[in-house]
Design a binder for this molecule. Structure first.
Ligand code: SAM
Ligand code: SF4
Ligand code: SF4
Length: 370
């Protein structure tokens, strides 16, 4: 039985107040945090709602009909998201990932994509614009997203066996419809697709080899994610985590693989390739092999709070700042000083005495995105 929690977002309006320094600096003054990490990626949750109830993310017992989802006026508008994203781009952000909840449930999302596609980085390049989806409505949306300027897509799929997948999504959603969404994305012209599989030991780890076999040679990169202790409601415990190394060992028995170099510093997934040349797989091992030391990611929640870590228990209220008539330069300076004070490195101290039980009410993943 999952313990009923009071969701953190009830603290709405009580987010930390970002401070605007008296002396404003030029907005393209790149800032590193207290651990020397620059700000490069922004993840934006465009809705806290989802049509799935994945047991590791939005368990039914908590996210039921009484759950206090955000109202329309509490969400950042497309104009506010675009303004904030432009400000982040002037501060060195090069990549934006739209997420949720299920981002494709946000009405007219392709219009937001079109607005974001016009933003340029400090170097004058378009942003690397990407989106993570459960794939359920991708058949309907893929072509419009491509036309709007979305570069890349990641689709989540936790198994190929219908019974196991339905047990994970907990809403009886069939595998075939997600596979059809992936096909639709390919037909729309998306290349370099990625598929994310969260591995929960004892629940879907028997699907690892079938998934590897299915995507091997397809041009789609399958990535295995360790089940994480995000949020406060998914009943996480270490015994349900299958370390990436064990996943790699299992795959290696059937299809020999070897590790390869990261594409860039701070890449979340460790890359491996099949020795027979039939493609790549990835591992996101935030429990057993932490990567906080090169974490360059900031997150904006559905209602405009800036979170400095996936495991944070409070955010900085940029929505109020956006709606208070402050200039772009003032907001940019508030972001810079918030980032400069960042010390977050949760995965490195998970389980240590530094993380006290009273501190552990963390923000839900559906509210700030994965
Ligand atoms: N609804 C979309 C989806 O499922 O792709 C986007 C949002 S979802 C929160 C983003 C990613 O986080 C998904 O790939 C999901 O599998 C992953 N995720 C959610 N909860 C997780 C957990 N407890 N541990 C590891 N990954 C998790
Ligand atoms: Fe929804 Fe994605 Fe969370 Fe599953 S992982 S409940 S699809 S937001
Ligand atoms: Fe980044 Fe926080 Fe994850 Fe560490 S735990 S990698 S700081 S989001």
């Amino acid at each position: 039985m999952v313990e009923k929690v009071i969701p953190i977002r009830l603290d709405e309006g009580k987010g930390l107040v970002p401070s605007i320094p008296n002396q404003l600096r030029a907005a393209n003054d790149l800032t590193t945090d207290t651990r020397g990490r620059p700000l490069r990626d922004l993840r934006i949750s465009v809705t806290d709602r989802c049509n799935f109830r994945c047991t590791y993310c939005m368990p039914k017992e908590v996210f039921d009909q009484n759950y206090p989802y955000l109202s329309q006026k509490e969400l950042l508008s497309f104009e506010e998201i675009t303004r904030l994203s432009s400000i982040f781009a002037t501060l060195g952000v090069e990549k934006i990932r739209l997420t949720g909840g299920e981002p494709l449930l946000r009405k007219n999302l392709e219009i937001l994509v079109e607005m974001l596609a016009k933003i340029r980085t400090i170097d004058g390049n378009p942003l690397d614009l990407t989106l993570t989806t459960n794939g359920s409505v991708l058949r309907k949306k893929a072509a419009a997203l491509k036309a709007a300027g979305l570069h890349r897509l990641t689709i989540s799929l936790d198994g190929l066996n219908d019974d196991i997948f339905k047990k994970m999504n907990d809403v009886d959603f069939p595998v075939t419809d997600v596979l059809d969404g992936i096909a639709a994305a390919q037909e729309a012209g998306f290349t370099n697709l990625k598929v994310n599989m969260v591995v929960k030991k004892g629940t879907n780890d028997q699907e690892i080899i079938a998934m590897a076999k299915h995507f091997k040679g397809s041009g789609i990169t399958l990535r295995f994610i360790e089940f994480m202790d995000v949020g406060s409601s998914n009943g996480w415990d270490m015994s349900q985590v299958l370390p990436s190394q064990e996943v790699a060992n299992r795959i290696n028995e059937f299809f020999p693989i070897e590790p390869i170099e990261a594409n860039y510093a701070g890449e979340v997934a460790q890359r491996w390739r099949y020795l027979d040349g039939s493609g790549e797989i990835g591992f996101i091992s935030s429990v057993t092999q932490t990567f906080c030391h090169e974490c360059t990611r900031a997150r904006i929640s559905t209602d405009g709070q800036l979170y400095l870590c996936l495991f944070a228990n409070s955010g900085f209220d940029f929505k109020t700042l956006l709606r208070s008539g402050k200039s772009d330069l003032e907001i940019a300076n508030a972001v810079m000083s918030t980032w400069a004070a960042r010390d977050d490195h949760y995965s490195e101290i998970r389980g240590s005495n530094t993380v006290k039980t009273s501190d552990t009410r963390k923000v839900e993943m559906s509210y700030i995105g994965g």
